[in-house]
Design a protein around this ligand. Structure first.
Ligand code: ZN
Length: 242
């Protein structure tokens, strides 16, 4: 992977839940270790579930969001931030909502599933800090917009929702890059997974590092099935990063 990085003129990373699990954030979509084990995801993670019972939604997410606030970037976040600072990496496209890439120092972060730290009014789109949303939850169970009394929703993409405008930017980056590093994503969620063949068809080299096999392993070179931490630490040494 060092060779690919050194040869690349426009490298872009695509990161998934596997990048965050090493910061202690559970994989929200893994049936075994994920938090879906005890709950029906459609009730607490779909837009219909949210709209039909926002109180239940917020009860479920309250301490989980508090945990995201405490999480710290790990070696993968730091390596990507260093690569960007050196001009080797042009953007990070992430499916994660935890904001850890920015905390690590990455500047060009395209959050295709949103960011938990913001809340947004579903009617007038006014933006709130998530802390303020949770203050309203404490006060009245269901948080409402100061301007229009609309329902406030965390600015993350729930099941059943369209992706934000940031996704168009991600598509442009996928078409433009000459190296796509896929890190910690099982590539099961569309349309994000479609960025990988998109990059490949535009002539990019694809590198996949993921614990589990993915649908696109056959178009990647190399594919490394391993935990990210050890791989990224070796990369740090070989590239002489901090
Ligand atoms: Zn509003």
């Amino acid at each position: 992977m060092v060779d690919q990085l050194e040869r690349a003129r426009y490298a872009v990373a695509l990161t998934g839940a596997g990048v965050s699990t090493e910061s202690g954030i559970p994989d929200f979509r893994s049936p075994e270790i994920g938090l879906w084990a005890q709950v029906n995801p459609l009730e607490v993670a779909s837009v219909d579930g949210f709209l039909s019972n926002p109180q239940r939604f917020y009860e479920f997410w309250k301490w989980r969001f508090a945990k995201l606030t405490e999480a710290k970037p790990n070696v993968t976040h730091k390596v990507l931030a260093s690569l960007e600072a050196q001009g080797k990496l042009k953007a990070v496209i992430t499916q994660n909502i935890d904001g850890l890439h920015r905390k690590a120092g990455s500047e060009r972060v395209i959050e295709v599933h949103g960011n938990y730290a913001r809340g947004v009014c579903v009617d007038c789109r006014r933006v709130y800090a998530i802390e303020d949303v949770f203050v309203k939850v404490e006060q009245s169970g269901v948080p409402r917009c100061d301007g229009c009394d609309g329902l406030l929703k965390p600015d993350v993409v729930l099941f059943g929702e369209l992706l934000p405008p940031a996704f168009s930017e991600a598509e442009r980056e996928a078409a433009r890059c000459d190296l796509l590093l896929v890190l910690g994503s099982s590539l099961e969620v569309y349309p994000v997974a479609g960025l990988v063949p998109r990059a490949k068809h535009s002539g990019a080299r694809v590198v996949i590092i993921s614990r589990d096999p993915t649908e696109f392993d056959h178009i990647a070179d190399p594919v490394i099935h391993a935990r990210l931490g050890p791989v990224m630490r070796r990369l740090t040494e070989r590239l002489g990063l901090e």
